[in-house]
Design a protein around this ligand. Structure first.
Ligand SMILES: C[S@@+](CC[C@H](N)C(=O)[O-])C[C@H]1O[C@@H](n2cnc3c(N)ncnc32)[C@H](O)[C@@H]1O
Length: 268
């Protein structure tokens, strides 16, 4: 008999994951079995519908309502990571680089509040639109995503009783790590900045603050509109000599498992 997950212990219905034909374990700094469970499960295995029907996913989606430009599949995969893969992690704090109207921050905050109330969500953005970008590389640029308001995000968090949301305003190059408390580490870093330079900064500076086995997820590096984000991920792979755990519905990497070759995963 396997021990109940936190999801079940908190009174939510279980969400069975499909099994995969590959052998569980870590290879190349990630756990392919777990990536297949989520990615193949969502794309072909009926997991999309199962997540959509889950009451905790529905509550988190309501909190994000009208405030996110993220795709449904990507929100579902992030839900799976937090709801089913967070138990073995030593830190469950979440950091998001690129929040816009705060939809994904409120989504994460709802999940943590219900499952891991000791953890917090840190949301970093200018909350005033995009800064200037590299015109020969990035399609997005200055002034886009400016129709947001940090005070209104804070007000919505308060009305939903989400006291676990910390918003940090400014260029991520200035605010991370300097604008955050000293010794914080993270179970999930969600990078959704669309532009090469801030993504490169975020991935380089957050890697050493990820808890062992923590998840580094990119919203936009496989989007046709974000070749700068793709370049940042290509450099991450080349410099750290790691492989991704998922490419659908977005890139997912695991931090701190580089030396764990052959070991069973944290979930083993
Ligand atoms: C696609 S939006 C984020 C979407 C959001 N996660 C959601 O749920 O809808 C990208 C965000 O990145 C922010 N951004 C881009 N470059 C930045 C930088 N250097 N520093 C801070 N924020 C930045 C923009 O202000 C914008 O709000």
């Amino acid at each position: 008999m396997t021990a109940p997950t936190t999801l079940e212990r908190r009174g939510y219905p279980p969400l069975p994951l499909p099994s995969s034909a590959v052998t569980p374990g870590v290879t190349g700094g990630r756990a392919p079995y777990e990536g297949y469970q989520r990615g193949v499960g969502l794309e072909y295995g009926g997991l999309r519908e199962a997540v959509e029907a889950h009451p905790l996913y529905q509550e988190a989606l309501r909190a994000a309502s009208g405030r996110t430009v993220m795709s449904g599949d990507r929100l579902k995969n992030l839900f799976l990571i937090v709801a089913l893969f967070f138990d073995p992690l030593a830190s469950r704090n979440i950091i998001e680089f690129g929040c816009y109207k705060g939809g994904s921050v409120l989504f994460f905050a709802t999940l943590l509040k219900r499952l891991y109330p000791e953890a917090k969500v840190y949301g970093l953005d200018t909350f005033a639109g995009m800064p200037a970008s590299e015109r020969g590389l990035d399609l997005h640029g200055e002034g886009e995503f400016a129709d947001t308001d940090i005070a209104s995000i804070r007000k919505t968090a308060k009305s939903l009783k989400l006291d676990n949301v910390m918003l940090v305003k400014g260029l991520v190059q200035d605010t991370f790590p300097a604008g955050l408390p000293g010794k914080l580490d993270f179970g999930l870093a969600h990078i959704d900045l669309d532009l090469y330079a801030p993504i490169k900064h975020a991935q380089d500076s957050v890697w050493g603050r990820m808890t062992r086995g923590g998840y580094v997820v990119y919203d936009d590096a496989t989007a046709s509109t974000c070749i700068g984000a793709t370049q940042a991920v290509e450099e991450l792979i080349a410099e750290r000599r790691i492989h991704s755990e998922q490419v659908f519905p977005h890139f997912v990497f695991r931090a701190g498992l580089e030396a764990a070759q052959g070991q069973s995963s944290l979930h083993g």
